[in-house]
Design a protein around this ligand. Structure first.
Ligand code: MD3
Ligand code: FE
Length: 202
């Protein structure tokens, strides 16, 4: 099994896990996902739309509106979420093992001005399963905090092809994306960053 390039507060970072050809192939797969389940801007319970646009693949997709955050079995249009692409499942299997398979692949799209505030991911049933993140396109500044809100943080740039595994104590660590660096990658046809997160929800 692959060894992480670095580990920051339990986050295992695999720099350049995907080579440029693998990244392009993945983007082609994701284009199909977005065609079936278009990106949308989730409303927050605070009444403001998120700056990150999202969609999902798999049995569950992440969804939010004024009534709260949750996993939903269908896209807001009413269609089922598309299947998680095989190429994406392969990344999970290589780093986490084949069983269990993830049942949600959340796709976040960051336009140049988008960001994601510090938060914990705790809408899943069992935190013993890790979360795997795949970065594509422009670099994003990832901030890692603590298991309680506040305190000292550490930041690192995530680049196209980097994969991060969040397991163990890192699974409930606060984290966010402060900004992206438009023009730092030529992978996507326009400026922006895609992040995939693979999760076991159920
Ligand atoms: C740590 N996404 O979708 S990926 C998210 O780059 C999210 O789009 C960011 O935070 C992004 O919830 C960061 C890294 C990440 C993802 C999920 C985690 C770190 C995590 C779940 C638990 C702990
Ligand atoms: Fe998160």
């Amino acid at each position: 099994m692959a060894q992480p390039t670095l580990t920051v507060r339990g986050f295992q970072v695999f720099k350049g896990f995907l080579d440029p050809a693998a990244q392009s192939a993945l983007v082609d797969d994701l284009r199909e996902v977005i065609r079936a389940a278009p990106l949308f801007s989730p409303q927050t319970p605070y009444g403001k739309p998120m700056s990150v646009r999202m969609t999902s693949a798999g049995r569950f997709g992440w969804y939010s509106d004024r009534t709260g955050y949750r996993y939903a079995p269908r896209h807001p249009s009413g269609v089922d979420w598309p299947a998680i692409p095989e190429r994406v499942l392969k990344i999970w299997a290589e780093l986490v093992g084949p069983d269990p398979e993830p049942d949600c692949c959340l796709l976040n799209f960051y336009a140049p001005e988008a960001r994601m505030g510090m938060h914990q991911d705790k809408d899943e049933a069992d935190f013993s399963h890790p979360v795997v993140s795949v970065s594509l396109g422009d670099e994003g500044l990832f901030r890692i905090g603590n298991t309680e809100r506040g305190g000292k943080t550490e930041s690192l740039w995530l680049q196209s092809g980097d994969v991060v595994v969040m397991g163990g104590s890192a699974r409930l660590t606060y984290h966010g994306i402060d900004r992206i660096k438009p023009g730092s990658s030529a992978l996507l046809p326009k400026p922006g960053r895609i992040n995939l997160t693979l999760r076991v929800v159920d």
